[in-house]
Design a protein around this ligand. Structure first.
Ligand code: PMP
Length: 751
């Protein structure tokens, strides 16, 4: 059939016909003698017919100067450029186009000059397309138009890897925030809309042509540039260089304006999202096709790269390329001065060179000058900064209902049930508050009511919060030289630190038990963190709690585990820190990661202790357990499960720890590497001794900061490097931290 048609309509009598790859149509290369054409066939539909007619109009317009740069439609005998025919019983549309010579951009190693030329080429083509009016194209709405990027949301579920899916969700949300509100104000026109490396032809380092106008659409002009920039860069190591050349080339011909440049980063990300969404969907609907194309791999790596660099640095590069002036960022000193006008300097600021943070995503934070920081420190954004599922849960619920626990709403029992399901049986009741401090405070109050005792046994260097009671139980605060001193109802016991003691956990517990016995007042509670953060990430020695808990209970006390830092899967092997010690507490204090940054805290305890508390006055917290907090808390639990983050903490954490232990073998100034999962401490000492080395720890902390990596220091002598990143941290992130540490250690020894 095709052969006859080619002969009758185009005088190809016995051509060589080669089937070519097409996205959703079938194309043939037809060759006879010196004559080469492209014969295209499409499944028939009236809407596609209209679009193909518009495409023909576009191609004919581009022939005006007969430059040979664009495929030229060849008419059938009727004079029409499209024909409806039956091919193998299927109603089809077909058309003939001239063949363009040249190598695909994707086949060569293009120089920077080629990318400049590509920008120039596209700008000149778009100037020709500018005059075309076409209502079919203007009203076309489909997934491959960047102005309709959000249509791809329906394919999100087809992306198999949940973390990757959430990265796409994040970028589509960014698009919604930054692009959608201004999109209608941008200059629109007909654009090619698919300047990828397999549609651009190169001859002698020049762009000789562009093919495949099947995606031609009416869209913001900047989308043309964004798409070309994306495909120029997505397979490169120095990811934005080629993109910047395309931008420069384009801007020289058609100057772009600030509002267009501002959204380029989000447009590029959205284009990549469209690509991975459609690939995932294609795999889903065609189960024979589980193949991950090279371009899909490039798209994912570019999305990760865009996350890494952030929007501010990208915009600054793009502005730089086209010579748009950028306002000088406000000086840090000015910012500090402003802050201290109404904010007390008692609220300290991290690092010798403080950072003005602007925005963040997953394990990256971006400062006001666009520097991107790898966050190896912040455990509050547990599932990742600005996690789109958590953000969406909060936004939606805020829009719907936010009230207090004196009304009935399903989210409260639902969240309570999901949360308590994470605990062993006796821990069955939950009281919601707004912070770890409020939770510690409430915990102590409950134990005092339950036991009718006042005294509390606390851990050396422990920290439990900022309220009056939580400071009373926090050695880290009351024992500070500027602190209020140890209250008389507090019994402090020594930190069972395996690194700094020859005694084992059981022996250390015996000391604590003897202290208990020696004290005339029976205690209401014993509170400790499973790994003592402010003590310098010190895991309580093995068997310590196992031996101590029974003794506490024997004399009527309640065992409290402060899981504010260690909970929710951070420790990898364990969802809660107490599991690491083989004990079950009577009460647990929760905070920080619970709401991924939204202020939620809770006390989880037994029915029995709750019943004692219920004999007292009503407990009410204006914000505790409100619908928004519950929705966010639920989203955090969902993401931990969906993205398998506890397992990631285990795998990446043990890899990270091994890298640090290897470093420790090389450098005798690393006294100890300790912790579990993604909650680690590196104790810096004077070479070969156990003498604390705060100066070195600070040198490394600040050195890492200057290399755009965030960690902190802690411990009684502030000589322990503390790392507890968002749980989406990767092995490559871990390598980056340890390599930078090694570089600094090397510097330390050579200077
Ligand atoms: N307990 C521990 C172990 C903590 O680390 C903290 C905070 N650093 C708190 C309680 C207090 O939590 P918040 O700051 O949310 O009040």
């Amino acid at each position: 059939m095709i052969k006859e048609l080619l002969s009758e309509e185009f005088q190809f009598d016995d051509p060589i016909i080669k089937k070519l790859d097409g996205y959703d149509n079938v194309n043939y290369l037809v060759v006879q003698g010196g004559r080469k054409c492209i014969f295209k066939t499409y499944p028939y539909s009236t809407s596609l017919y209209d679009i193909l007619e518009a495409e023909t109009k576009v191609l004919l317009t581009l022939q005006a100067e007969n430059t040979g740069k664009f495929p030229k439609p060849i008419a059938f005998n009727s004079g029409d450029y499209l024909k409806k025919v039956d091919i193998k019983g299927e109603s089809s549309i077909c058309r003939m186009l001239t063949f363009l010579e040249g190598a695909f951009l994707g086949e060569i190693s293009p120089s920077a000059k080629v990318y400049d030329a590509l920008g120039d080429f596209l700008a000149k083509m778009d100037q020709k397309l500018h005059s075309i009016k076409d209502y079919v194209l203007q009203s076309r709405q489909w997934e491959w138009d960047l102005k309709a990027a959000l249509l791809n949301t329906k394919y999100l579920g087809d992306i198999e890897d949940p973390h990757q899916r959430n990265i796409v969700r994040y970028f589509l949300k960014e698009y919604e925030t930054h692009v959608l509100p201004i999109i209608n104000d941008l200059r629109h026109q007909i654009i090619h809309n698919d300047a990828n490396e397999w549609n651009i032809l190169i001859q002698n380092d020049r762009v000789s042509g562009i093919i495949d106008f099947g995606d031609v659409t009416y869209s913001p002009l900047i989308n043309e540039v964004a798409i070309a920039m994306t495909y120029a860069s997505y397979d490169k190591e120095d990811n934005l260089q080629a993109a910047c050349h395309v931008l420069r080339g384009y801007h020289k011909i058609t100057p772009l304006i600030a509002s267009e440049i501002k959204i380029l980063y989000y447009l590029m990300a959205a284009r990549l999202c469209m690509s991975v969404c459609n690939s995932a969907h294609a795999k889903k609907i065609n189960s024979n096709n589980s193949y991950t194309s090279v371009s899909e791999i490039h798209a994912w790596s570019m999305l990760n790269y865009l996350l890494k660099i952030g929007p501010i640095a990208a915009e600054a590069s793009f502005r730089g390329v086209i010579g748009l002036k950028t306002d000088k960022p406000e000086l840090i000193l000015e910012k500090i001065k402003k802050r201290h006008k109404h904010i007390s300097p008692l609220l300290s600021i991290s690092y010798k060179n403080p950072i003005a943070m602007e925005c963040a995503a997953f394990q990256y934070m971006y400062d006001h000058e666009g520097h991107s920081f790898l966050d190896a420190y912040n455990n509050i954004p547990h599932v990742g900064h600005a996690h789109p599922k958590v953000v969406a849960a909060g936004q939606l619920q805020m829009q719907k209902l936010n009230t207090n626990t004196r009304y009935l709403y399903d989210l409260l029992p639902e969240y309570a049930s999901r949360l308590t399901a994470k605990f062993p049986t006796p821990l069955n009741k939950v009281f919601f508050v707004n912070s770890g401090s409020a939770a510690s405070d409430l915990a102590i109050r409950m134990t005092q009511m339950h036991t009718k005792k006042k005294h509390v046994m606390v851990m050396e260097h422990g920290y439990h919060g900022n309220t009056k009671t939580s400071i009373d139980i926090s050695d880290y605060k009351f024992n500070n030289p500027k602190g209020p001193g140890q209250p008389d109802y507090i019994l402090k016991t020594g930190l069972p630190n395996a690194y700094r003691s020859d005694l084992d956990g059981a022996q250390q517990a015996t000391i604590a038990i003897n202290e208990l016995k020696a004290q005339e007042n029976k205690i209401a509670a014993f509170i400790a963190e499973p790994i003592v953060g402010c003590g310098g990430q010190v895991p309580l020695a093995k068997d310590y709690l196992k031996n101590l808990y029974p003794a506490i209970r024997k004399q009527g006390g309640v065992c409290i585990s402060d899981e504010v830092q260690t909970g929710f899967g951070r420790l990898g092997k364990y969802f809660w820190g107490f599991e690491m010690h083989g004990v079950v507490p009577d009460m647990v204090v929760l905070g920080k990661p619970m709401g991924n940054g939204h202020p939620i805290g809770a006390v989880v305890t037994t029915d029995e202790i709750a019943a004692s508390f219920e004999k007292g006055v009503e407990f009410f917290s204006s914000f505790g357990g409100n619908p928004v907090s519950c929705a966010i808390g639920l989203a955090v639990l969902d993401v931990i499960e969906e993205e398998n983050l506890q397992e990631n903490a285990k795998e990446v954490g043990s890899y990270y720890k091994k890298l640090l232990q290897t470093l420790q073998k090389k450098y005798s100034c690393i006294g100890d590497v300790r912790g579990e999962g993604l909650f680690l401490g590196i104790e810096m000492v004077h070479d070969g001794t156990t003498k604390t080395n705060k100066k070195l720890a600070h040198f490394i902390k600040n050195g890492l900061r200057d290399r755009h990596i965030l960690i902190s220091t802690d411990g009684p002598d502030d000589n322990v490097l503390k790392t507890k990143p968002p749980l989406c941290f990767t092995k490559s992130n871990a390598r980056q931290v340890v390599e930078a540490m090694e570089e600094l250690l090397h510097l330390h020894y050579t200077h």
